[in-house]
Ligand binder design. Structure first.
Ligand code: PRP
Ligand code: MG
Length: 214
């Protein structure tokens, strides 16, 4: 494609990206919540959007199937960032990565006595780094969603997951015991695209940069 392709995921990232796109003069012609199309046109013939799973955004951009994408820091940590230029923190889709346990689980005591705890998470790499930095030995169990269920049914002692409003933790009688890091979404650009399509990418980058809210 001569124009540029931007990879986005449905939901919060898509919604919070709309004002940034507008600042760059880009308006999608379809809504991914109502359309089943995966390639969306825009008002600009040289810009199209592709709708991907959030965890796949870095992969599409890494291989140049999309020139640019918007991905959460959580996703970028798990991907590793190979082949990606990460010029902007867009300060959207903000949440935090946390350790949470059931209310009656004494996490501090388990840490203090050096207990080997079981931790369920989708964020294996971030969790591994977090516990290694604390000198804790943990058994990580990889899950793909509904992490909050794991402690309730005895699959794990703790979870590492994203917390936004805290509603999911509260609804499942879990409490946050450690804050690992703040998360927001970043603009990622394929390194070769940046060189070859600079005249198309640079203005979008600048418009996004100017529209970032603190
Ligand atoms: C995400 C995240 C938490 C929840 C946090 O889950 O994994 O479970 O949202 O939001 P809250 O603090 O506002 O409740 P999601 O709904 O995306 O489902 P999944 O984990 O099963 O993919
Ligand atoms: Mg969840």
């Amino acid at each position: 494609m001569n124009g540029i392709t931007l990879a986005l995921s449905k939901g919060r990232i898509f919604e919070e990206t709309l004002p940034l796109l507008a600042a760059a003069g880009i308006t999608p012609t379809d809504n991914p919540d109502t359309s089943r199309k995966l390639i969306l046109g825009t008002n600009r013939p040289d810009v199209r959007l592709v709708i991907v799973r959030a965890t796949d955004t870095p992969t599409y951009v890494q291989y140049g199937a999309a020139d640019m994408g918007i991905a959460g820091k959580d996703t970028l940590i798990e991907h590793g960032g190979a082949g990606l230029y990460q010029p902007l923190d867009l300060n959207i889709a903000k949440c935090r990565l946390c350790v949470a346990v059931q209310k009656d689980f004494d996490y501090a005591a388990a840490v203090k006595r050096g207990a080997r705890i079981r931790v369920a998470t989708k964020y294996v790499k971030a969790a591994k780094e977090h516990f290694a930095a604390k000198g804790m030995h943990v058994d990580l169990i990889k899950l793909y969603g509904s992490m909050e269920l794991a402690p309730l049914v005895g699959l794990a002692d703790a979870i590492v997951d994203l917390v936004s409003t805290g509603n999911t933790l509260r609804a499942n009688n879990l409490v946050e015991v450690e804050d690992i890091m703040p998360i927001s979404s970043r603009l990622v650009v394929n390194q070769a695209s940046l060189k070859l399509k600079r005249e198309l990418i640079q203005p979008v980058l600048e418009a996004f940069a100017g529209a970032i809210k603190p």
